[in-house]
Design a protein around this ligand. Sequence first.
Ligand code: 7MF
Ligand code: ZN
Length: 880
Amino acid sequence: MYRDSPHPVYLEDYRPPEFLVDRVDLHFDLDPEVTHVEARLDVYRNPAAVRGDGCLQLHGEKLELERIAIDGRDLPPAEYRIEAELLTLHRVPDRFRLETRVCIHPAQNTALEGLYLSGDMLCTQCEPEGFRRITYFLDRPDVMARYRTSLVADKSRYPVLLANGNPVEARDLPDGRHLACWEDPFPKPTYLFALVAGDLRSVEDEYHTASGREVELHIYVEPENLDKCNHAMHSLKKAMRWDEETYGREYDLDVYNIVAVSHFNMGAMENKGLNVFNAKYVLARPDTATDADFQGIGGVIAHEYFHNWTGNRITCRDWFQLSLKEGFTVFREQEFSADMGSRGVKRIQDVRVLRARQFAEDSGPLAHPVRPESYIEINNFYTATVYEKGAELVRMLAHLLGPGLFRKATDLYFERHDGQAVTTEDFVRCMEEASGRDLGQFRRWYSQAGTPELEVSDEHDAATGTYSLRVRQHTPPTPGQPHKEPLHIPLAVGLLDAAGHDQPLRLEGEDEGETEAPIRMLELREDEQSFRFLGIRERPVPSLLRGFSAPVKVRYDYSDEELMFLMAHDSDGFNRWDSGQSLSTRILLQMVAEPGFRVPDGFLMAFRKALRDTGADRALLAEILTLPTESHLGDQMETVDVDGIHRAREALKSHIAAELHADLLAVVEQNREAGPFVLTPEAIGRRSLKNLCLDYLMSGNDGQAPVLCREQFSAHNNMTDDMAALHLLVDDGGPAAETAIAEFYGQWRDDGLVLDKWFAVQATCKRDDTLRRVYGLLSHPDYSMTNPNRVRSLVGAFCMGNQHRFHSADGAGYGFLADRVLELDPLNPQIAARLLHAMARWRRFDSARQGLMRAALERVLGGENLSKDVYEVASKSLAD
Ligand code: 7MF
Ligand code: ZN
């Protein structure tokens, strides 16, 4: 239990650093048990800062100081003070050289922050505040310095030694040791520092930049994974080309190194010239990785590459500005992936994630603005709001400016701020200056939390041919922000005539013959606004928020028939999908309320029509035919009815299976894997549609479906099909499930990433003994609390990917989670805090479950020596 609650950090307390560093020389004597770090810093007083008390305070955690000297003179203990997280030097000159030597213990570092051991490899993770676990420094992103790093290690254990920048020296030393020296010419903040030492092999390639520079590309992996790097390398080169073509941005060093590590808290890290990746986002072979895994790799490789400009060349002034780099980089990756594959499908997938994670966050106790105002632990603010909503803000700016001005504005941003640590305000000002548009009101998106709701109503006057849309915006209160101001919202609309065609749109006040584009970007600024369209003879069906033009919720009173009409005819692919989702959500919620509710025939007819539409994009069809998840349905209810939702969704699936049996079977037959494996969007769409239909068939009571599943599972065509079949067999239960589980384990017991899937498939099983199975798996020899991927695949998958079983009425799931969090917190607080999010929205459930979750949260909060990470999530979740 916290006696003194940890203090929050506030944005308004930001002050420029009193000291800056221009050069850093680091020397590492590497060993997993005891590593020595020598640092030589050229420090000087910041002329732009307010003069303070003359003290220099350096961050440092879990460091054993062995030497400290200023300008060559060793300091006696009276001249400095060491506390748990700070080193204070009492009086220092205006410019001096500081030398320190510290000792650290990588093998004891289970938090995976700073320098740690992953398997036999030494590696680092410094974002956001890990560098202070490596050496004493001003560990804040507005202190940018040029680094030279030399690494010394045993040559047979660590033949590969990598750091940021370009290699400048390598030689052997006595006693089987060797040295490698790296120099990074670009000033960078501490969080982009990285080193790796290990017995690694690399896949190599090269890239010629648009201006004719040669870049060596390397992906370093453990020897057994060399045959799983092709997709990552291919994705990297595509991302490099795209950034040149789309933003005019080139790579800037002679080498680009990527290392895959098996123990990693997050997805990956953009360290300058030396990206460190969770192995999950590098390694893939058709027999080990699913289509979703391949797509995830393409996306994460691109994301980290794009950071070289949005993050590294231009970085964040402080961590409240995190979305400056993350929102923009997520947006850049989303656009890249849209250009490389199917734009419509990518948008649907991104909005699904945004609604599931960010809307949920915005409506719970952990809601915060894209630019937060305070935090207790910055690691807790790498959130869906900062990333995904942040990306939507950049997308809205791109919409408001249009492609030409948006490019002009990003050019200005890169030109003006290269080499600087800046704010989201600096970014918006570039958008404003390059376009001449007033973004004063738009800035509220950065400071105001919560998801705006648009209430839309309409009126048609046949006599005058006038159609009016009235839009009211309202943002519900969030913690600390009871009153909300209206936002500047781009709302893309179209109006469909009876034949389903877009009508030309002319707003009142515009001249006839002026551009009558069929899609209009209405700009909302007031609490309530009306738009009058002229020349509309018959009552149209409005298509609202096309392409999801803003991160808002729209309410308009569509009839079932109108939703089916939009599903069939809307020229906007996103809205075709979205109207289908609205309709199935509505039907499912009616089934929850009234278990005997009859599914409208029109719904099944629309489903059948889609299944028979052989010309359609199969990936898009699969999206359209996928029912909303149980947690999405929960989000739409006043109080989540865990069991009712599960029952309704299963009932609708088996109804579809029974009514459309022949069509589903036909799609499965027609889309069987034939010929060699390919990863084209076409083939991916084929597999996803087929596996979705197989899923429906398994919900019916056709004895043939399990046979199809077993056949697919035994065929071992590719991991997408293997996993789809395994999932269905496991959900089906019985001896076939046990056989498949055992067979899969036997085949893949030596491949960690595939084993993660094996754990996850059991943790997400819908059967009622799943928690018992999960408990059993906790003592499986392959389970490990110190590998984040493994923890996520078992504990995370059960608590966040299995609403029905996690929220079982007896509260057993909550007790399970509280125990895991308390057990994990001393080892890896970041992962412990992330898991705890599964109970943050406890107030959305019935009172019995509320009581059980609250008790579990209170038990966590009462834990001894709680980390700041878990303390912040638990205390904010419980706050009223
Ligand atoms: C794609 O943002 C999207 C998001 C921080 C660590 C990677 O590059 C990053 C790092 C967290 C959460 C999500 C992502 C990352 C981090 C991520 C990765 C790929 N700067 Br924490
Ligand atoms: Zn990022």
